[in-house]
Design a protein around this ligand. Structure first.
Ligand code: DLZ
Length: 178
């Protein structure tokens, strides 16, 4: 480990990923939107590069990171309910197919109170729980940064856009179940 050939971050998957049949939910915050928006764009670009159709990428926004888990849970459950209605003979529309994966995107920046710790803890546990409870992979796209500069760098402004990793993780995890 270490040295010049050390690859920081995620290695490419060994199999070719085809996302052309997938439907992906992106829930993102309006808090820190100047940083969140490029992260969302980075995720969308990666999804499209893996073949996900633009019309099958559904965007929804919430106020802050604390709201991400509950919104993801409701939207995933809603999509699963719609697909059950389809099986029971309700009119078929392609937008009613269940989500194959979701990405929760937000940016938490540490302030001078304990808010950061509480929200980061609740959000990370909540996002994991939504994935385990629904059986739908939910990607943790939340930056937890000590400074605004750390966050902007990780959103592609001077560094790697982590949104791209979240998009490819969503496709890889969605395809695990198919
Ligand atoms: C209250 C709050 C604070 C202090 N900081 C952030 C932040 O850095 N990023 C973020 O996404 N949201 C923040 N919030 C808002 C909470 O996530 C939440 O929206 C409110 O507490 C309402 O539940």
């Amino acid at each position: 480990m270490g040295g010049d050939d050390f690859h920081k971050g995620v290695k490419q998957p060994s199999t070719k990923l085809d996302g052309s049949a997938l439907r992906i939910l992106i829930v993102h915050t309006r808090w820190n939107s100047e940083i969140v928006d490029p992260l969302v764009e980075g995720s969308i670009t990666a999804l499209v590069n893996y073949g996900v159709k633009r019309e099958n990428i559904i965007l929804r926004d919430v106020p802050g990171a604390f709201e991400l888990p509950s919104a993801a849970l409701r939207l995933i459950r809603q999509s699963q309910g719609q697909s059950q209605n389809l099986l029971m003979g309700s009119p078929q529309v392609s937008s009613a197919m269940p989500f194959d994966a979701a990405i929760c995107v937000g940016v938490l920046i540490k302030g001078s109170t304990m808010h950061f710790e509480y929200i980061a803890d609740a959000t990370s546990h909540g996002i994991m729980k939504v994935g385990l409870d629904t059986g739908v992979p939910v990607i943790f796209g939340v930056l937890t940064c000590l400074t605004e500069e750390q966050a902007t760098q990780r959103a592609g402004m001077g560094g790697h856009n982590h949104g791209a990793d979240w998009g490819s993780a969503a496709v890889e995890m969605a395809l695990l179940g198919l």
